[in-house]
Design a protein around this ligand. Structure first.
Ligand code: NAP
Length: 499
């Protein structure tokens, strides 16, 4: 085997989180860095989710890096292509593209305690890294539904996050399984072209009006020319979103106006009583991500669209059979069934100091980290978009930037104190998570619905249960005293300090 490539920092993934890490680290002089990306371009989820209608439901000025504002967003909610272009432009402008190795699949990330370093195996080379930053994302591994017979379907079957653009939908009978944030964008976009569309709904989501609008040139010029204006707009968007946290985590009554808006939206857009009943949510608003659309309900009321609420029994080669025995013929099957979040297959590839994988650890003990970022038993590993960082109401980029502050301060601390490794103390991590769990019991996310925030045991380890500024505050500085550490000079002997 060839000698491993030695690198100081290895970042896995070139989506918003991995790129953010690469940009901030190189800006701070941590230049000995490589980013490994399995795809052929940057962009992560915004590269992969190219389905018709894909767009962001967090306002554009907020859904961007604070260090790379874009006055040229074309509308309040950016379409996927524009966000993808933004990520590519930011990568180019920051000069980090040359640090990225594309088409490289990371197959194993293993900590070697005697050397205090990580060995990272890939489809191409082996790397030997001091620090590993996981930027693999939370919503990156499509979850295909485990439905009897689905592999025997005669026509194309694809997930929204792996849209098959070679398949023509015009004049076809199409089935879409799922009614989450992805389906709600796909369905209105394809309904006008297909001959018939069946939408399989297991749970009726809460849907609010989408306050989207085009930004006229004069407004964009103002963002370019008036100092602080874009920042003020971002702050306004942030504050209005953050207000929801009161209702989501503390006072359920604060959700009442949002709920009333959702009910009114449905009543105004769907005149047919039977359809309205089917589309009326039966769980607490906010328990699942609140969806935004002005076209979802009118699309479901179209002549060529049926909403099927009978559970799916099986898939045949010609279509879908529901529990009432009816076979619904289809030519194309689109699965909009979400992602492996708490059970991402990538966690199987990461082995800590005791040889255990993150997947095993998190399956047994729950998906836990310290401040969403570091994990006891996995020294010098920084997990971006890690446990308890997920949001439904605001921008994940805000959370990522908070984690990057923490990562950067950890790197500076290790450099200044000449440390080889830092590892969060188990007791500190446990106490931190006990507090999180205590807080989560009162939140809306555990009020009895099914969502990607929850794990198989019904706990909600993926979601941040507080105001996002509280997370920003707690990740502002790296708290070295919470960590055990090894000094650079003695790491090879496995000596520890700071116990
Ligand atoms: P999702 O929210 O997890 O929704 C999956 C949908 O598939 C749900 O309606 C679910 O029903 C249904 N489903 C799953 N398995 C099924 C089965 N076996 N049979 C029938 N139905 C099944 O996934 P998503 O829509 O892809 O969205 C995931 C997340 O991605 C979002 O919450 C959001 O964070 C992000 N996203 C964001 C945007 C954006 O605008 N920023 C757009 C798209 C996605 P149940 O509800 O009954 O479980």
């Amino acid at each position: 085997m060839d000698h491993p490539k030695i690198v100081d920092v290895l970042v896995v993934g070139a989506g918003f989180s991995g790129l953010g890490a690469a940009i901030r680290l190189t800006q701070e002089g941590f230049n000995d860095l490589v980013v490994l990306e399995r795809g052929s371009d940057v962009g992560g989820t915004w590269r992969d989710n190219s389905y018709p209608g894909a767009a962001c439901d967090v306002p554009s000025h907020l859904y961007s890096f604070s260090f790379a504002p874009n006055p040229d967003w074309s509308r309040a909610f950016s379409p996927q292509g524009e966000i993808y272009d933004y990520i590519r432009r930011v990568t180019h402008d920051a000069g980090v593209r040359e640090k990225i190795r594309f088409g490289v699949d990371v197959t194993a990330v293993e900590f070697e305690e005697d050397r205090g370093r990580w060995t990272v195996r890939t489809s191409e080379d082996v790397y030997d890294a001091r620090v590993v930053v996981l930027g693999v994302g939370a919503l990156c591994e499509p979850k295909r539904p485990d439905i009897d017979g689905i592999d025997d379907f005669d026509g194309p079957v694809f997930h929204t996050a792996r849209w098959d653009h070679s398949v023509t939908l015009a004049d076809k009978r199409v089935a879409v399984i799922g009614t989450g944030a992805s389906a709600i964008q796909v369905v209105p976009s394809i309904a006008p072209q297909v001959s018939h569309l069946d939408v399989y709904q297991r749970t009726a989501p809460w849907v609010l009006p989408r306050m989207d609008r085009k930004y006229p040139e004069i407004e964009r010029a103002a963002y370019r020319r008036i100092p602080g204006l874009q920042r003020a707009m971002r702050a306004l968007q942030y504050a209005s979103r953050e207000f929801q946290v009161v209702g989501l985590t503390r006072t359920r009554a604060a959700l009442a106006p949002i709920k009333a808006l959702g009910r009114a939206h449905l009543a105004m857009q769907v005149r047919d009583r039977r359809l309205r009943e089917k589309l009326t949510p039966t769980f607490e608003i906010g328990c699942k991500r609140i969806l935004l659309s002005n076209t979802w309900y009118p699309t479901l009321a179209r002549e060529n669209v049926d909403v099927i609420t009978e559970p799916i029994s099986r898939v045949t080669k010609d279509g879908i059979v529901t529990s009432d025995g009816v076979e619904h013929p289809s030519d194309v099957l689109v699965v909009a069934t979400g992602f492996h979040v708490t059970d991402s297959p990538f966690f199987d590839r990461v082995r800590g100091a005791d040889g255990r994988t993150l997947a095993d650890r998190w399956e047994d003990e729950g998906m836990e980290a310290y401040k969403g970022t570091t994990v006891a038993g996995y020294p010098n590993l920084f997990v971006l978009v890690g446990p308890a960082t997920g949001l439904g109401h605001s921008s994940m980029i805000y959370m990522i930037e908070s984690q990057l502050n923490y990562l950067l301060d950890a790197m500076r601390t290790m450099r200044d104190r000449e440390l080889q490794t830092v590892e969060i103390r188990r007791a500190v991590q446990d106490a931190y998570n006990r507090e999180l769990r205590d807080g989560i019991g009162d939140t809306v996310w555990v009020s009895g619905c099914r969502s990607w925030y929850l794990d198989a045991k019904g706990n909600a380890p993926a979601v941040w249960p507080d105001f996002t500024f509280a997370f920003r505050r707690e990740t502002r500085e790296f708290d070295l005293s919470a960590y055990t550490r090894t000094p650079a000079a003695t790491a090879r002997a496995g000596q520890e300090v700071g116990r």
